[in-house]
Design a protein around this ligand. Structure first.
Ligand SMILES: [Fe+2]
Ligand SMILES: [Fe+2]
Length: 281
């Protein structure tokens, strides 16, 4: 079993220092096998914000846990027009991670991160044809029994939003991306951006994507909340490619606390969930 902490939207510059410290403390105690951060490291892509985000990453890495990170739309400068178009992810590469398509693999999981942040779209991301090719190629080499995980900042799949029946925006070229995700046999698609926790079988959203379980993370440390959902991150146990446990670790105003806990199983056709209780790991 591989234990993954999935954090997102840490937004340095609009962060709560107490929550930042508590998240590091959690990782020091629980030592996941992998820490994933799915973008929006900063609030406005400023140097001092990237410095703080970089220090945060250093503290997480000093726990001995490997990390896999991708940028978000807030990591592209918004008002500095020259930088926005000439070197949109320069600071991200300098302070956070040079590799925009990171890869992690152990005996049980294979994880690919793809950058969906673009200069031209203010907040909606996009996936390129080159990235779609890479997605197919990288997973084609992975042995059959491993859990295949894709990480993006923008969700590949539109998801229901607060108003009944309405769907959110999905990443640009999402139809091509979803086809590639299905072809590559991706089991788990992790993303952030909406500052809202959510988990659902992609089959309920897109007919062809039967292998994919979509999991969204809330904001881990930002003070900018949406729908009054408090800060949280996802604690994932990838047991097998057809069995994944997800627990939301939520801030209660004083500390991170274990919240809803579900087991997802795939029967060859669809992911279904059941609430679980039991020993915590
Ligand atoms: Fe965000
Ligand atoms: Fe975002």
């Amino acid at each position: 079993m591989t234990r993954i902490a999935h954090l997102s939207d840490v937004h340095f510059g609009a962060h709560d220092p107490d929550i930042v410290a508590a998240s590091v403390a959690w990782m020091e105690v629980h030592k996941p096998d992998l820490i994933i951060i799915s973008g929006d490291f900063t609030q406005r892509a400023k140097v001092d914000q990237f410095r703080q985000a970089s220090e945060y990453l250093d503290r997480l890495r000093s726990t001995g846990c490997p990390t896999l990170v991708v940028p978000g739309n807030h990591d592209v400068p918004l008002y500095d027009v020259f930088r926005r178009f000439a070197a949109p992810l320069d600071r991200y590469k300098r302070f956070i991670e040079d590799d925009l398509c990171p890869w992690f693999e152990n005996d049980e999981v294979a994880v690919l991160g793809l950058n969906t942040a673009r200069s031209l779209t203010i907040k909606d991301g996009r996936i390129s044809y080159e990235q779609i090719e890479m997605l197919r190629d990288r997973f084609a080499e992975v042995p059959a029994g491993k859990t295949r995980i894709l990480v993006t900042h923008h969700p590949l799949f539109a998801m229901p939003i607060a108003k009944e029946g309405e769907l959110s925006e999905a990443v640009g070229r999402h139809r091509d991306a979803i086809e590639a995700v299905a072809d590559a046999g991706v089991h788990l698609a992790l993303a952030g951006h909406f500052h809202r926790t959510y988990a659902e079988s992609a089959l309920k959203m897109v007919e062809t994507a039967h292998t994919v379980l979509v999991v969204q993370a809330g904001t881990a440390t930002s003070t900018r909340l949406r729908n009054n959902e408090l800060q949280s991150f996802n604690w994932i146990h990838a047991r097998r490619y057809d069995e994944i446990e997800l627990q939301v670790i939520a801030w209660n105003g004083r500390e991170f606390q274990r919240g809803s806990h579900e087991k997802f199983t795939h029967d060859g056709n669809i992911w279904t969930s059941q609430s679980i209780s039991g020993p915590e790991q």
